[in-house]
Design a protein around this ligand. Structure first.
Ligand code: M6R
Length: 612
């Protein structure tokens, strides 16, 4: 949450910063701000999106080759101009941008007020810049040392950048719990919340670790220390990410581009892992932990949102194939209850961004109890990827739309591969069945392609239902998580209230909602508990609900029962979520666009939830 970008080098900073803010806007878009250091520190900020900021600063003198910028997702203080970042120190000689939460800000604020500091905003961030200035003035130390001392006094999560008027060539950056990447170019440096604003200029990056401070100075080597004042050698990595991967490439929205990328992203998530020629699966990232996983008494999957839905599919797959008990936990609940975890447990943390604060905390809890923790992440080098003992990247490519689409299918692919690998090693499933599953998994990309060709039909259905205020999504077995995911997609981007339920649960409450105004989306694939789902469809029909059914190609009986149907190819039962999710993503996309919603940046949401 919140996007940070900073630059120092020979080029004008403003174009780099504003472009960087546009690339980071998916992280938060309540307000935006910019600071350029050109003789003095100049700050411009306003409520709203980055485009508002651009209008706001039109005609200003934006010269300077060092600066920083911020796009905000509000935590403390409403989204307005005053609370937007950057924030000045009292003397206006220092300025800060921040992503995270300073939990003890009220205590610090009171102390600073008693020492004569005046606060202009309601943010926790302003406390930090006053504190840094206070330390600098009282202890007569360099700005980086003042930052370091200040950070020993704060509790919470942060990624910060500080500029000082007295050090016109220096950027100080620090992180704990919130991501930060430094890009190293030729005689220039970039700092950002993720690599997207950087890769246009350089592929050489340093992912900062928790409690590290970077001292970034023009014409100097990058220096790093910890907040305990130990020197650190920066570990420079080469990042493989193409520019087209983070651009819309002709699509009106990132979400649509990412939906249509799925034949490729699914293929990428299997590449080098599913070996059809040798009839086997390998997962290099968890190879060393395989004995531990095979002997696990239990697997606990922990995640949030869409990743949690993928985890539910994973539970069904792993139990089905490998016969290891699996539990799926919301990270936010798991971290705060008192779960029974032992060293015989294996935890799988799933996260697209690899930065979700609750999932990170769940990982730390599990590690502290001696469990083995594996990660399934999309963002290479992310905090979760580094906090886990081992893991498997989903390789879906950058996902920019706030609504998760291709990350979900890639997560399900990885969980399927884990299930197949464990079953193969444990001998829990006849080889002939595993062979069939592997073959079918290999066919999924072309089947997704076929569904995408039906986008126009889905658009027509969206036209009919776009003005409804509620929707129900029902599925059973492997398709129950699909129902949950379909409902989440609709509500988060179109603001239509939607609920996902196991179809049979309908009779225990939700059936009361059904009338002629209620669209009910059924995932009614021929495999699994098909007849029971047909009964559930009849029950909705009897109450005049409007039925939209996701059906197996050529299934004439459901066609007769449904008001509308979307056909998907046949496949093995456990692979249906990889197909059935696609039309639901498209349905929510078209409904949201027709309602005039900002699909890529839905209200109140952010792509990467780095606060709890
Ligand atoms: O980055 P993560 O996978 O950890 O994110 C988890 C959720 O915040 C995320 O899936 C969220 O629910 C999406 N907006 C869903 O589309």
């Amino acid at each position: 949450m919140c996007g940070i970008v900073a630059y120092v080098g020979p080029k004008p900073a403003y174009p780099i910063l504003i472009k960087g803010l546009h690339r980071l806007e998916y992280r938060g878009y309540d307000s935006a701000g910019l600071c350029l250091l050109n003789g003095e520190l100049k700050v411009w900020k306003c409520k709203g999106k980055v485009s508002e900021l651009e209008k706001y600063i039109e005609g200003e003198n934006l010269e300077g080759t060092i600066g920083m910028a911020h796009t905000r997702w509000a935590t403390h203080g409403e989204p307005n101009q005053i609370n937007a970042h950057p924030h000045y120190s009292q003397s206006k000689h220092l300025s800060i941008i921040h992503n995270g939460i300073i939990e003890n800000y009220l205590v610090l604020r009171k102390e600073l007020q008693q020492r004569g500091y005046t606060f202009t905003s309601d943010t926790d961030t302003e406390v930090l810049i006053h504190l840094i200035e206070d330390i600098q003035q009282n202890e007569h130390v360099a700005v980086e040392e003042a930052v370091r001392i200040a950070l020993t006094q704060v509790i919470g999560a942060y990624a910060i950048v500080v500029l000082s008027q007295d050090h016109p060539d220096k950027i100080i950056a620090a992180r704990k719990g919130s991501p930060m990447v430094i890009g190293i170019g030729v005689d220039e440096f970039f700092v950002a919340s993720d690599a997207t604003p950087i890769i246009e200029y350089t592929n050489n990056v340093v992912f900062m670790n928790d409690e590290e401070i970077a001292i970034i100075e023009r014409h100097q080597e990058l220096k790093m220390r910890t907040i305990r004042n130990q020197e650190r050698t920066p570990y420079i990595q080469r990042l493989e990410m193409s520019l087209t991967a983070i651009e819309k490439s002709g699509f009106p929205h990132f979400m649509l581009k990412e939906i249509f990328e799925q034949p490729h992203s699914i293929e990428d998530s299997m590449r080098g892992r599913l070996h059809l020629d040798q009839d086997t699966v390998t997962l290099g990232g968890i190879r060393d932990y395989l004995p531990k996983i095979l002997n696990a008494e239990r697997i606990i999957i922990t995640a949030c949102g869409t990743s949690w839905h993928a985890g539910l599919v994973g539970e069904y797959i792993i139990e089905d194939l490998a016969r290891i008990p699996v539990e799926v936990e919301y990270s936010s609940e798991f971290r705060y209850r008192n779960p029974v975890i032992s060293e015989k447990d294996v935890i799988i943390a799933i996260s697209q961004s690899g930065e979700t604060a609750d999932t990170l905390a769940a990982i730390e809890l599990a590690k502290s109890k001696g469990a083995t923790v594996l990660g399934i992440c999309n963002v290479v080098g992310s905090s979760i990827a580094r906090a886990t003992h081992a893991g498997v990247y989903t390789h879906a490519g950058p996902e920019i739309g706030v609504a998760s689409t291709k990350a979900f299918t890639a997560q399900v692919v990885v969980l399927t591969l884990i299930g197949l690998l464990l079953a193969e090693k444990k001998g829990t499933v006849p080889e002939s069945h595993l062979h069939k599953l592997r073959l079918e998994l290999g066919l999924i990309p072309s089947k997704v392609e076929k569904i995408l060709e039906r986008a126009n039909k889905i658009k027509d259905i969206a036209t009919i239902y776009k003005d409804r205020t509620n929707a129900l999504y029902l599925g059973r077995g492997y398709n129950f998580p699909v129902a949950l995911e379909g409902a989440l997609k609709l509500k988060e981007i179109s603001y239509i209230h939607a609920e996902g339920y196991p179809a049979a649960e309908m009779k225990h409450g939700p059936i009361a909602l059904i009338d002629k105004y209620m669209p009910v989306v059924f995932i009614a694939h021929k495999r699994g508990i098909y007849e029971k789902v047909i009964t559930n469809i009849e029950e909705v029909r009897a109450r005049k609900g409007n039925i939209i059914a996701i059906i197996t190609e050529g299934d004439e009986s459901v066609k007769k029962l449904a008001d509308h149907y979307i056909e998907i190819p046949d496949t093995e039962e456990m692979l249906i979520p990889l197909l059935a999710t696609i039309p639901l993503q498209l349905l929510s996309y078209y409904v949201a666009v027709m309602r005039g919603c900002n699909v890529d940046q839905p209200r109140n949401l952010a792509k990467s939830v780095t606060v709890e």
